[in-house]
Design a protein around this ligand. Structure first.
Ligand SMILES: O=C(O)CC1=CCC(=O)O1
Length: 96
């Protein structure tokens, strides 16, 4: 199942810089692991914003939920989710 996810990060302005750096480091490690596993298919910066557009490929809504909630930056994110399905004109066989 494919989901388009928008994540907007709002770190408190008074957060300890070392804490912020650790969260970003942990987030990057998990994001890269999930990409290697094929769960996090796309990760794009939204130009001009501390936000991203992502595409997740998961087996269930529950898996997506659990995955998003374990992101280190989750407590500081606004998240929007849209379910996607194959477009009849798509030429990409792996769209599903
Ligand atoms: O920087 C972001 O958009 C938040 C984020 C998601 C994965 C990652 O490494 O950073």
């Amino acid at each position: 199942m494919l989901f388009h996810v928008k994540m907007t990060v709002n770190l408190p302005v008074d957060m300890d810089p070392e804490r912020a750096a650790q969260l970003k480091f942990d987030e990057k490690n998990l994001a890269q692991r999930l990409q290697q596993q094929g769960k996090w298919r796309h990760l794009w910066r939204i130009a001009g914003l501390y936000a991203n557009y992502s595409v997740f490929d998961v087996d269930s809504v529950q898996e997506l939920h659990d995955l998003l909630m374990q992101l280190p930056l989750y407590p500081y994110m606004a998240i929007e989710v849209n379910a996607m399905c194959r477009h009849p004109s798509s030429i990409h066989e792996d769209d599903r």
